[in-house]
Design a protein around this ligand. Structure first.
Ligand code: TYM
Length: 337
């Protein structure tokens, strides 16, 4: 019997706040869907999080919350390796080598860097600039072929590919596996409910535009009721003409699994108000069991620690192997122990 080896996927989320519906639909829900077909590594990227100032206690709690949310949403810790980035020193070790092979020019072009650095004032942390190369290290360390992310991370995965190919050109073609972004068809770019031309974000100034995974039923209902819709009254799907309405339609489609057309059909002859109320109901229905399970998991830190220890051990086997391989290629002296 032929044994087919599963491909590897890796992904992570910054625990900079409680996760949003965007993180859930653009990333976690997709991870859950594909987890059984791949060898999976999922992490909370707390080292990325400190590229913007975090309150230590909040960062810690948000990190626990992120891991608990992954499991509550359906990630199976028995088959996937779950871990916290800062517990794996290999990531920053590999990152250094990538810093020496990435170029200032390419990092300068990163949209997220331009966005975030425009908000920090004159003192832009160096980590905010080099961050995409730490993300490249996260991915390349595990020989990941696929990186399931939302649309906004595509540019960082492209950079990872460029740097991996460059290193392969210098140190040998099989130094790194060159990964690809894996982006869901619907839900890859959930927009802010108040400003539907901007993506929904954990760090939005106006929190009423973001649905957080921990929001109460009441908050969800209110935020959708107040969601900005568009001029006219027909419910049609067109992100240029009707960004607000289109956002609600795609949120529904991403949750129910219906096509965009099927959702639009359901709303023929109905009004924006129906769409808002029903989207809120669908989101509430999706999040409620996840919220209950998250709470349960957070109440049992012992079990979460067990899962994270195991995840880190499994991750270390692959990470150490890659790091040794790259250290050898680069010419670092290494003693076999
Ligand atoms: P982060 O924390 O900003 O977002 C985590 C994941 O959620 C997706 N996402 C969205 N998807 C749809 N609509 C939205 N409004 C939305 N907002 C966020 C993101 O695309 C992402 O998949 N640099 C990464 C984290 C990271 C990472 C990695 C990812 C670090 N190392 C290695 C993959 C592999 C980030 O800041 O994601």
């Amino acid at each position: 019997m032929a044994v087919t080896q599963k491909k590897t996927i890796l992904s992570g989320i910054q625990p900079t706040n409680r996760l949003t519906l965007g993180n859930y639909l653009g990333a976690i829900k997709n991870w859950v869907k594909i987890q059984s077909d791949y060898t999976c590594f999922f992490m909370a990227v707390d080292q990325h999080a400190i590229t913007t100032r975090q309150k230590p206690e909040e960062l810690r709690e948000n990190t626990w919350f992120a891991i608990a949310s992954y499991i509550a949403a359906g990630i199976d810790p028995a088959t996937c390796s779950l871990f916290i980035q800062s517990q794996m020193p290999q990531h920053t070790q590999l990152a250094w080598i990538l810093y020496c092979n990435g170029y200032m020019g390419e990092l300068n072009r990163m949209t997220q860097f331009k966005d975030k650095s425009s908000k920090t004032g004159a003192n832009i942390p160096v980590g905010l600039f080099t961050y995409p190369l730490l993300m490249a290290a996260d991915i390349l360390l595990y020989d990941a072929q696929l990186v399931p992310v939302g649309e906004d991370q595509k540019q960082h995965v492209e950079l990872t590919r460029d740097v991996a190919q460059r290193v392969n050109g210098i140190y040998g073609e099989d130094a790194f596996v060159v990964p690809e972004a894996f982006i869901p068809k619907v839900g890859a770019r959930v927009m802010d409910l108040q400003t539907p031309t901007a993506k929904m974000s954990k760090s939005a100034v106006n929190e009423s535009g973001s649905i957080f995974l921990a929001d109460s039923a009441d908050q969800i209902e209110k935020k959708f009721k107040r969601a900005v819709t568009d001029s006219g009254s027909d419910i049609t799907f067109d992100f240029n003409e009707k960004p607000g309405v289109s956002n609600l339609i795609s949120i529904q489609a991403a949750i129910t699994g219906e096509t965009i057309d099927a959702v639009v059909q359901r709303y023929q002859g109905k009004q924006y108000g129906h769409l808002k109320v029903e989207t809120a109901e669908i989101v509430r229905g999706e999040l409620l069991p996840i919220q209950l399970k998250t709470r349960e998991l957070l109440a049992d830190r012992g079990e979460l620690i067990r899962i994270l220890r195991l995840g880190a051990e499994q991750a270390a086997v692959v990470a150490d192997r890659t790091l040794k391989r790259i250290y050898d290629r680069v010419g670092f002296v290494r003693f076999e122990s």
